[in-house]
Design a protein around this ligand. Structure first.
Ligand SMILES: Nc1ncnc2c1ncn2[C@@H]1O[C@H](COP(=O)(O)OP(=O)(O)OP(=O)(O)O)[C@@H](O)[C@H]1O
Length: 249
């Protein structure tokens, strides 16, 4: 479903003599099969967001090849948009001044979702995510947790085969976080949606991901099961300890 083959992405920063090249992602290769739920971890600045931007066609790679749902994201960005859902926890894709339901209606138009499918899916997501009481509230008046549920709904209205999540539980309280995790677990297990999850919350990883990839300085530093990850530092009691060891090389 997702395939990266020796992908690199660099940026030129600074001016004149201070000019230098930042290699955000270097020679990165991995495959995510349909139906997998994969955690994508890495310290700040490791290259996670750059990878996600390349997967969704926002950024073009400077080298290598990417395929998502059989499409090259940069060349087929519009076609890919119909097969992929993306949620950036730190930003909203909803319309700030519009009631939630109007934002969803706009998403329906943009993605050309059939009216009957749209109604069915929206009813299901509204029920699963407990959105009914906020439907008429402008997005700017929603709490972070409510807004996040709205963003997830918007990303799923066109029933994408792949969902890419960048820190979807950031800032959520323990109850909202548990509800969000349960929803994502259901989405993957029952609907078979492929999920790639980026987070700094290791609870998300432990509760949801069978497989974990760790990126560090743009390189893939680890790719294996959660048990394989624990086995990299068997004397560490917590996942924080295991991951800290991995991040510090
Ligand atoms: N548009 C850009 N221009 C210049 N440098 C960039 C740009 N985007 C990212 N970088 C650099 O690329 C590297 C990787 O950044 P990226 O945002 O992918 O990291 P990240 O793993 O998502 O980090 P975080 O966990 O802090 O969000 C960093 O050194 C960053 O400064």
């Amino acid at each position: 479903m997702i395939e990266l083959n020796r992908v690199g992405r660099s940026f030129t920063v600074g001016r004149r003599k201070a000019r230098k090249t930042v290699h955000a992602v270097r020679d990165l290769s991995f495959t995510v099969e349909a139906g997998e739920f994969v955690g994508y971890l890495g310290p700040n600045g490791a290259g996670k967001s750059t990878t996600i931007k390349m997967l969704t066609g926002i950024l073009a790679p400077t080298s290598g090849r990417i395929q998502v749902a059989g499409l090259d994201p940069t060349r087929r960005r519009m076609a890919l948009a119909r097969r992929i859902g993306v949620v950036f926890g730190q930003r909203t894709t909803l319309w700030w001044d519009l009631p939630l339901k109007d934002s969803f209606e706009l998403v329906r138009h943009l993605y050309k979702v059939d009216q009957i499918d749209f109604r069915r899916r929206l009813a299901e997501l509204t029920e699963l995510l407990g959105l009914a009481e906020f439907m008429s509230t402008p997005v700017r008046q929603l709490s972070l947790g409510q807004r996040m549920r709205g963003d997830i709904t918007a990303a799923l209205l066109h029933d994408p085969a792949v969902l890419v999540l960048d820190e979807p539980t950031i800032g959520l309280d323990v109850v909202s976080k548990a509800a969000m995790r349960e929803f994502l677990r259901h989405l993957n297990a029952d609907r078979g949606t492929t999920v790639l999850l980026t987070t700094h919350d290791l609870g998300d990883i432990e509760k949801l991901c069978r497989r974990v990839m760790v990126i560090d300085h743009g390189h893939l530093a680890f790719d294996g099961t959660l048990d394989d990850l624990r086995a990299t530092a068997p004397d560490e009691e917590s996942m924080e300890g295991v991951v800290t060891r991995l991040y510090s090389g």
